[in-house]
Design a protein around this ligand. Structure first.
Ligand code: ADP
Length: 541
């Protein structure tokens, strides 16, 4: 027997419709790429999105076509997301920080037809356009007054392109499983793979993100996503903020500590989200300027492990609650968020910090398990670690064009490539990426745990740990440090600081000081490049 309720497909444009109807006057504030702050509202943004949808249809764009964007977080980019998906086309966010070869490869693989780009990326695209044959024309996300001379194919500024589109049209209607967004993994682990989100997966993922123990936005929040729209679906924020009616503050191209601080204060932001490197920048800026955070209540930190010292700084010095989160492109991306369940509500001080440094528990829609190399489930005891596997309606079932083959196990779980523990209360803690754990004498050492610990030393700006071949133990940890200006911590300093806080056999065998640690396009420590830097390194015997 079927239920007798209405058929109301979970389509993304229902989100912007809802925001326009219920929260129509709520603002979207953007630092424009041209410079000044631009203000619009959800009602106006919906109208702009409809104009984009209308204009795309006139351009001959059809359901299923891929439309690329290479853009910062701004109102224009936000409106493009809704305009493109509103006719059943697929919004493909390109990560401008990838290598040029990768960008050319990805555009060809996706067969993108149009490319919408911010002014910032014109030089890059002019260099690259001969290698992007599928792109019929480039639309520059600016107005006629700011449009520069460019050799880009068919180039036109967005506002002129929209001339004559009055927005008098309806969204298309189609199956909720229709593709909506395309985002390639950064290829930290091989050639990039396309993750193809559906309308349904994006709506469910955003609703999951709105649960109070996840991001939990309300209509009273002012939300600043520093995390880019072009990286892993902006952690749902382009959907969850309008769903809740929260004010949206978009940082444009300026992601340095001073610029972010200015927006946080001027727009009275209550919740913000980014990777740890962004927060290092903000905390350094606050240190240097003796700045304060007067409106911020919560900061979501994920994408790579959030150092304990960072949680401590936000919570103890600034009174801002840290929500540590874990996820990946393939999980839409939010997989876990570390909010406090009753079991840990009585903890204080360092004991509470220990919990907050974990990656957290899964919201409804995400199921997790940890397994050994043979796929057997491991216990949730907080110390046994194994491969982290996940499943749910917003987890990838396969990659674009079937690349990588069958990616699910017999029970439909996806292997995240991460190694983790889960405790009896369902709190997951990432031990490492499976390729980065250091295998010493048949046992595993977590590079992430050593890094977090080293980051707490006052002379350390950034730290990374890699395994170096060792004749007796297979591999032993090398601690690589970027010191704070004017400091040069020694191996003895670091070992003295770390001793007693971890098992003795985990202590690094050597410490190397460097000027910079290589990062990936998404701001993570690039272990492959770091291992190359140290490929000829030998421990002194
Ligand atoms: P890529 O895989 O291309 O680097 P993703 O953004 O999809 O891009 O990366 C997902 C990976 O980032 C996860 O599998 C995990 O290894 C790491 N990661 C994400 N969040 C955290 C976190 N809070 N702590 C530790 N690692 C994290």
């Amino acid at each position: 027997m079927l239920g007798l309720m209405q058929d109301w497909p979970l389509l993304i444009h229902r989100v912007i419709d809802h925001a326009a109807i219920q929260h129509g006057g709520r603002e979207i504030v953007s630092r424009s790429v041209e410079g000044p702050i631009r203000r619009t509202t959800y009602a106006k943004a919906r109208h702009q999105a409809l104009r984009i949808a209308q204009r795309l249809s006139r351009e001959g764009i059809r359901a299923g076509d891929r439309i690329a964007t290479m853009a910062w977080n701004t109102d224009r980019h936000f409106q493009l997301w809704y305009g493109i998906t509103g006719i059943g086309a697929v919004c493909h966010t390109l990560n401008p920080r990838l290598f040029e070869d990768q960008i050319a490869w990805i555009v060809a693989h996706a067969e993108d037809r149009l490319l919408f780009a911010d002014l910032t990326f014109i030089p890059l695209l002019e260099r690259l356009q001969d290698r992007l044959p599928s792109i019929e024309r480039f639309v520059v996300m600016t107005d006629a007054a700011h449009m520069p001379q460019t050799t880009l194919r068919g180039a036109i500024d967005l506002e002129s392109w929209l001339d004559g589109a009055d927005g008098d049209m309806r969204w298309a209607s189609f199956d909720e499983n229709t593709a909506a967004g395309l985002c390639y993994t950064s290829g930290t682990t091989g050639s990039p793979k396309g993750v193809l989100y559906s309308h349904r997966s994006n709506v469910l993922h955003a609703m999951a993100a709105l649960q109070p123990d996840s991001l939990g936005f309300s209509a009273r929040d002012s939300v600043l996503p520093v995390v880019p729209l072009f990286h892993a679906n902006s952690w749902s924020i382009a959907y969850s903020a309008p769903m809740a009616g929260a004010k949206l503050v978009m940082p444009g191209a300026r992601l340095d500590g001073a610029s972010i601080h200015q927006l946080l204060e001027e727009e009275q932001v209550s919740i913000t989200a980014a990777v740890p490197t962004v927060w290092l920048g903000l905390l350094n800026h606050l240190d240097a300027t003796k700045g304060a955070l007067t409106s911020l209540k919560r900061v979501v930190i994920g994408g790579s492990a959030c150092p304990r010292a960072m949680i401590e700084a936000f919570e103890r010095r600034f009174g801002v609650e840290v929500l540590h989160a874990w996820g990946m492109t393939e999980t839409s991306p939010l997989g876990t968020v570390c909010s406090i369940k009753p079991a840990y509500a009585g903890l204080e001080g360092d004991a509470l910090l220990d919990i907050k440094a974990r990656q957290g528990h899964a919201p409804f829609t995400v199921e997790m398990k940890i397994t050994d190399d043979e796929g057997r489930p491991l216990p949730w005891d907080g110390h046994t670690f194994g491969r982290l596997m996940v499943r749910g309606p917003a987890v990838a079932a396969s990659y674009m064009r079937g690349d990588g083959g069958d990616i699910l196990d017999d029970e439909g779980f996806f292997d995240t490539g991460d190694v983790a523990t889960i405790d009896e209360h369902g709190y997951m803690a990432i031990t490492d990426r499976s390729k980065d754990v250091i295998k010493s004498g048949g046992e595993w050492i977590s590079s992430i745990e050593l890094e977090n610990l080293a980051m707490g030393h006052p002379d350390v700006h950034e730290a990374a740990v890699i395994g170096i071949a060792h004749p007796k133990w297979d591999e032993r940890p090398l601690l690589v440090i970027v010191p704070k200006p004017g400091r040069s911590p020694t191996k003895e300093d670091m070992l003295a600081f770390m001793t007693g806080k971890i098992a003795k056999w985990w202590l690094p065998d050597a410490v190397a000081l460097v000027e910079a640690i290589p990062h990936t396009a998404t701001g993570k420590i690039q272990k492959t490049a770091l291992r190359e830097m140290f490929q000829d390194y030998h421990f002194k015997t």
